[in-house]
Design a protein around this ligand. Sequence first.
Ligand code: DAK
Length: 263
Amino acid sequence: MEFISYEAEGNVGVITITREKALNALNSQVLDELNETLDSVDLDTVRCLILTGAGEKSFVAGADIGEMSTLTKAEGEAFGKKGNDVFRKLETFPIPVIAAINGFALGGGCEISMSCDIRICSENAVFGQPEVGLGITPGFGGTQRLARIVGVGKAKEMIYGARNIKAEEAYRIGLVNNVYPIGELMPAAKKLASTIAANAPIAVRACKKAINEGLDAAMDDAIVIEEKLFGSCFETEDQKAGMGNFLEKDKEKKLKVVPFKNM
Ligand code: DAK
């Protein structure tokens, strides 16, 4: 792989987009490599992923403007589909994905972070959907996910105005969960990932599915989605061990959840 590096440390996997010269902009090759990397994650071991960018300046400065500049309508649509397919794979990935945003998250960069479950960022992070200034719409789900995360009014203001926001504002409007000095970002991401990975993996996966699928459904249907996923946890070793340890008042054991078994 030229532009993606992947490392698993115990139960936590770290995917880094490493195209620093172009501020980690997403060209077709980056998207293909990211897709392959996601397919290669060992889901029997890894329980939480972190997605970040190389360097201290940029997470992802958007889709590659050079590559997009000469696309025909059909090629533009194909490029949009390539990105959307990878972003959707991230969003529906069986385990949680944390975006550790280390600088610019513009256009496709903001969009890829919004396909992740949780976003945290460094103090120098900048978010925005500048596409209307380039004569296009956001093309990797920005019009849909930003409105769902920060609300319709704020999303429209950012998108129509091509207005970038700094980390502090991103925190205030709920686009990120926390802001850290740059040197503390990855340790914080790893700590959060380890906390998630220490919990019962079947239950964590079921929560992700319930939240994501429930958000797209009417409440009557959403509750049924939760019921089914709640039910699916029973008779699993995680549920037996988790509840058994609580009843035995064995707090130490309670943290030692059993190995993941496919749902
Ligand atoms: N694409 C390609 N190269 C980029 C890039 C990008 N998005 N962003 C930066 N680079 C490259 C620069 O060209 C420069 O390369 P060299 O000249 O050194 O070869 C290098 O990274 C360093 O950038 P700067 O010299 O510009 O660095 P500065 O610190 O001065 O400025 C910046 C940093 C982030 C403010 C600036 O680079 C910038 O404004 N970059 C563009 C940000 C942007 O507009 N991003 C949104 C891209 S549009 C769709 C699919 C997807 C999309 C839309 C539709 N369909 C097909 C439907 C998504 C669109 C986007 O993401």
